[in-house]
Design a protein around this ligand. Sequence first.
Ligand code: MEV
Length: 382
Amino acid sequence: MDRFEDFSSMSAEERQEWTAQAAGLSPEQRELLRQGGGLPLEVADSMIDNVIGTYALPIGVVRGMVVNGKEYLVPMVCEEPWVVSCAEKGAELAAQCGGFHATYTGSIMISQIQITQVTSPHVACLKILEHKREILELANQADPVLVSLGGGAFDVEAKPLDTEVGSMVITQLLVNTKDAMGANAVNTMAEKVAPLLAQITGGKAYLRILSNLAVHRLARVRVSVSREVLGGSAVVDGVLAAHAFAWNDPFRACTSNKGTMNGASPVACATGNDIRALEAGAHAYASRSGVYRPITCWERTASGDLEGMIELPMAVGIVGGTTRTHPMAGLLLRMMHVESAAELGMVIAATGLAENLWTLRTLATGGLQAEFVPSLERRQET
Ligand code: MEV
């Protein structure tokens, strides 16, 4: 029996026990995992409006995800049957070949302030840049805690926009949000500086909100898989053909990206992060050339092996927000033993790449239905 079959043939309780041991969970944490759900009604009531209950989904775990030489247990919250196994099998192929290599460009968010009714927008942009220091000082007054941790607003950009409703100027604050996703911090900063920007430009401030196209907050991950480990040269050919299809056809690119996000979003969900923000950023980034493309890329090496990469806006945090209020999200985050938002972001992106790797391998060699449906039916019968 292989490693994967071995784990999937255990009972859910045995897997809980294994995971608790492997992650070094405390007796209280084990109890929370055993109870399931993990969201008391009163906590739910403090999270969103008009609460009438809570909604549970399965938590799966991917073992053996090796990123930058460190092995992770990766929790995934998801309803789709094959998602966890695809990620784990992709991670296993990668681990046999040295694992995933990842970098992160930094926790830099963009906050946008829209100023309309600007008569000379190009000159107004210059005036905004002339007041950069004042704007940054004001923005940083909105979050002294972030500043004390070494983060905060550190740069200002301004661009004119010529639109159907007239000229406007968009100011962008670049904000280092450190280990927080940072939505609240950057939105508050935008609101704080908007009146000053209106005064500088003589225009009228409207929107003051972050951009989910977090191009300065990228997780980049690459992996090499030898053709022997992958299953032979024909499988390399199949994965490359699948990638070429996606690269040249947005209908396929959309599905390929959905499959990649099958890996990334469930980890973001498990750790209390905003999956809508992650998905919006991923799909917008996939269109950055003006054509919608896959967010992963697969190539053949000179020796005939497979290499792949992913580059993904990764606005996730490990402090504040749901990671703090939701007990199960907090537990699952601790289970991963990540020390920074950067580390979490790299593991999430690597899980997306692992998912895409195994999905394409499966699609290129027979199909998901053929591989997964028989075992699913067996599980549902028992
Ligand atoms: C299903 O959730 C995801 C896939 O369609 C992804 C893909 O086709 O690459 C299998």
